[in-house]
Structures are given as structure tokens and as C-alpha cells.
Write a protein of this length. Sequence first.
Length: 86
Amino acid sequence: MIKLSRLTDYAIVIVAELARTPGELQAAATLSARTRIPEPTVAKVLKILARGGVVDSARGVNGGYVMTRPLTAISIGEVVQAMNGP
């Protein structure tokens, strides 16, 4: 059995939520409201996922996060590795 950390579990939920609107920038606050995960936690997870290449970020008033590839091209293992390292 594989044990996932809470942040990794949140990352999977956030990636799934981002995949519902492919190509659209989503703010951390919006994702927080949709997933019911606290906004600071969502922001932390998104930063880690961006460093791991799973999501892209855009700064500014109309900024947010978007998937780098379609969900079918991103594995759960890639999300886990982005969150926990190799």
C-alpha cells in the first residue's frame, strides 16, 4: 500500500479541478472555493506543481494557473514526484 501525504492528496484534487477547464487560467482563490481546500494550502501546492512542470503560472491581475498538458498526458506518478521528489 502506498501512503500519500496530505499535500500530495490535495495536489491530485487540484490537478483534477484544473483539468475541468483546460486552457483557462484559474486563481488559487477560485480553486480553493471549488475544492474546499484552504487558500494558503492551494497556493503552496500550486507553487510546488509549477516547479515540477505539472502546471504553468501567470502573474498579474488576470493571472492564475493552467495545466501544461492535457490530463491524459499527466500521470499520478508525475504529480506524486513533483510533490515529494524522486
